[in-house]
Design a protein. Structure first.
Length: 731
């Protein structure tokens, strides 16, 4: 085996080409990428190849879960760095080391978790999904890419398209909710936003679809945990958003921590090679999650590092994030013939391909610009504000207490989020700086200047049992015409390694809300969180309730514009609000049950608090008749559907129409309904707009089986919009 590996190396080595006397092909920007890759690969020593598939971390470690990771000095041969500094000068210094001190001058690919913004922080992805504004999500990613690239970051570990299944799992904040199609559409927008149409542009950044695959099925919502996922759910729910992202050109994919039927995702040949590459034609590379190769030992499928390395690489995992197992194990595995060098070559090829596509060989350095040019430009703040405002979901508005009426002259703004910067940024705040954040207090003071006085105190903490400020808060509430309570979760209560057994706010917050509501003043609760919250402890006592998520840098301004009515709420839930944790898992697209009306809990109502798609507005929309151009269609044809929506209230608004399809009888039991299309439009007061959906049977009516094979079966289907249903036949 060893002899064979050497023979292959020599053969490839002899294929080295030079475009001119002394410029190797790989240095020729005019040569096709594949030729450059082959030329460079043929020149590389085993050590150089091993370093290419290795990622180390360098700089300030922002991931609280990984802080113990020892910092290592940068090798000029390293393939990638998880790079954590905003200093372009520092970045250039590191890159110069690679370019000048390594034999072949291969640039380093620098990656970072830019999840919802780099320095300008946008709402968390779950909030973005509730905005249903695909274009704005794309724009936010475009801005994040520009800010990142100007700081030396080439590659983000985003978007996360793990379809939410349990709100106790803290990472639901990082994804786009519970619907596979919505995750796919938003994931595609993110990929296109980050990458643009040309990865070599100086403001483009490589995207990474994660976590491949099934991570959100973490049992009981516990992170890093065992998952139970059937092949059918894998194909029907977990894989579709990844397929959409791959087809949109995502440059990389990250393997997940979980296992699928006992095979860890990071050693899973079926998912990383058979599905991703053989079926979907993915030509990018797969990076492990943090330490995931080493963790194969903890997961009980590898006795030592060498076995972990062998399993991961042969399964299709190209780059090893941080744990250094590849670097330490590959030379031995290749030397003793256990692993053919071609397997490593293929991984190296995929990584080099991205470096060439990104133009890193031609432009390894970044211009050293001041922060004011790189970050928080007015257009970035504007997108952050608009997206935040659209992401917020009005859940209750008794007697139209919102928007704030003219007669309100004093507002008591209370609660731990009222004057809080840091928690408004949410988990994974990139390089966000708390001082950049507009607090809710600042937002309201600016928005209501000259109209209403804002008086404020926190009154209560996030948790604990300190009631010493209750009296002061109560006094402020009593002196005011409206009480706005800013409550919710600290930013590290969601995100990675932030599972919560209960979805309720800590008792002190619930008590505070009730106490303030009992002053008799109209009371509004603004709920900032990274997940759905159990609101039973206070919902009935307050007049209005709005989920503001973790809205980012412009959060305070966005809230203020919604409260004043300058912006009409248009968010709709991308994830169900269960009544409580005991109702979990609850999601709208369940399969049809044998006895749909029985088998429910005896001691808990069946329906969730707020269903998927729920969200109020300051205006009212009425839906006309759901029309189909005909009631039958054949394969290969399209079927047009439309519905007219009228804004019959008194203020302009935006409405999102959600189009669902269901297949009541098929060869396998299908979900009760599945979102197949959505569209958001502005509708001025008194006007109507027509929303359209063109059904493509292959795309919208077919379904995968447990092997991923798609089936399109004749029969009756149901199209549903806002409770209106029409049937049609595929014949
Ligand atoms: C997370 C990933 C993240 C990586 C790098 C891991 O612990 O699961 O989502 O991209 O760390 O920070």
């Amino acid at each position: 085996m060893m002899k064979r590996a050497i023979a292959v190396s020599l053969l490839v080595g002899s294929a080295c080409l030079c475009s001119c006397a002394d410029q190797p092909v790989y240095r020729d920007p005019e040569a096709p990428v594949e030729r450059r890759v082959e030329d460079l690969l043929a020149r590389m020593t085993l050590e150089e190849k091993v370093m290419q598939v290795t990622q180390w971390t360098y700089g300030k470690n922002m991931n609280v879960n990984n802080v113990e990771q020892e910092m290592k000095a940068v090798s000029p041969m390293i393939g990638s760095l998880l790079y954590r500094s905003t200093s372009a000068a520092f970045y250039n210094q590191v890159q110069r080391k690679a370019i000048e001190e390594s034999r072949l001058g291969i640039p380093i690919l620098c990656g970072f978790d830019v999840i919802h913004g780099y320095r300008t922080i946008f709402p968390i992805p779950l909030g973005q999904a509730c905005a249903w504004d695909v274009e704005k999500t794309g724009e936010s990613c475009r801005i994040a890419a520009r800010e990142s690239r100007l700081s030396g970051v080439h590659w983000t570990f985003s978007p996360m398209v793990d379809v939410a299944r349990d709100a106790r799992w803290g990472r639901v904040s990082e994804g786009y909710g519970e619907d596979p199609y919505l995750n796919g559409v938003m994931g595609v927008a993110a990929v296109r936003g980050y990458q643009g149409d040309d990865l070599s542009k100086s403001d483009a950044m490589a995207a990474c679809l994660k976590h491949f695959v099934g991570y959100a099925y973490s049992e009981g919502g516990r992170d890093y945990h065992y998952t139970e996922i059937s092949p059918q759910s894998l194909w029907e729910t977990a894989l579709p958003p990844f397929e959409m992202g791959v087809k949109a050109g995502a440059a990389t994919v990250m393997s997940a921590f979980n296992d699928i039927s006992g095979i860890p995702a990071s050693a899973n040949r079926y998912t990383m090679t058979e599905i991703l590459r053989d079926r979907w034609g993915f030509d990018g590379f797969v990076v492990s999650d943090w330490n995931a190769v080493e963790q194969l030992k903890a997961q009980g499928v590898a006795a030592d590092d060498a076995e972990a390395c062998l399993k991961a690489l042969t399964a299709g995992l190209d780059m090893d994030m941080v744990d250094d197992v590849y670097r330490r194990s590959l030379p031995g595995l290749i030397a003793d013939g256990t692993l053919p060098e071609e397997v490593l070559d293929e991984a190296v090829r995929r990584i080099l391909r991205l470096k060439f596509r990104m133009g890193l060989f031609e432009h390894p350095y970044v211009e050293e610009l001041p922060d004011s040019v790189r970050y928080l430009r007015p257009e970035a703040r504007a997108v952050a504000r608009e997206l935040a405002a659209e992401s917020m979901v009005l859940l209750k508005n008794k007697e139209a207490v919102l928007p704030v009426r003219g007669e309100v002259k004093r507002i008591a703004l209370l609660g731990p989020m009222a004057d809080n910067r840091v928690d408004l940024m949410g988990s994974w705040w990139g390089q966000g700086v708390a001082d950049d954040v507009v607090t809710i207090l600042e937002g309201l003071r600016a928005e209501f200047a000259g109209k209403a006085e804002i008086v404020s105190c926190a009154g209560c903490g996030f948790d604990g049992d300190d009631r010493s400020q209750f009296a002061r808060a109560r006094a402020l509430a009593r002196q005011s015409d409206l009480v706005v309570l800013c409550m919710g979760e600290k930013r590290n209560w969601s995100g990675e390694n932030a599972s919560r057994a209960s979805l309720a706010l800590p008792a002190i917050q619930e008590e505070f809300i009730r106490e303030m509501a009992r002053t008799g003043r109209p009371t509004v609760v603004l709920l900032s969180s990274g997940r759905p919250v159990d609101v039973r402890g206070f919902e009935s006592e307050v007049d209005a309730l709005m989920a503001i998520w973790q809205p980012g840098t412009e959060g305070g301004n966005a809230v203020a514009q919604l409260l004043s009515g300058k912006v009409n709420p248009s968010g709709r839930l991308a994830i169900t609000f269960p009544l409580c944790a005991e109702q979990q898992p609850v999601y709208y697209n369940r399969r049809q049950a044998a006895r749909p009306r029985s088998g429910r809990y005896q001691n808990l109502p069946h329906d969730p608090m707020y269903p998927f798609g729920y969200g109020l507005s300051y205006t009212t929309f009425s839906y006309g008749t759901l029309r189909l151009e005909r009631t039958t269609l054949h394969r290969g044809e399209r079927l047009a559907a439309e519905i007219e929506v009228t804004n019959d209230g008194t203020c302009d608004g935006k409405e999102t129409v959600l189009w669902y399809v269901s297949d009541p009888v098929a060869s396998i039991s299908r979900p009760m309904r599945e979102l197949r299309h959505f569209e958001k439009q502005s509708i001025p007061a008194g006007e109507s707009r027509v929303f359209r959906f063109e059904i493509d049977p292959e795309r919208d009516l077919s379904f995968p089986d447990a092997t991923g094979e798609r089936h399109l079966e004749n029969g009756t289907f149901v199209l549903e919009v806002n409770g209106r249903r029409v049937e049609f036949e595929l014949i």
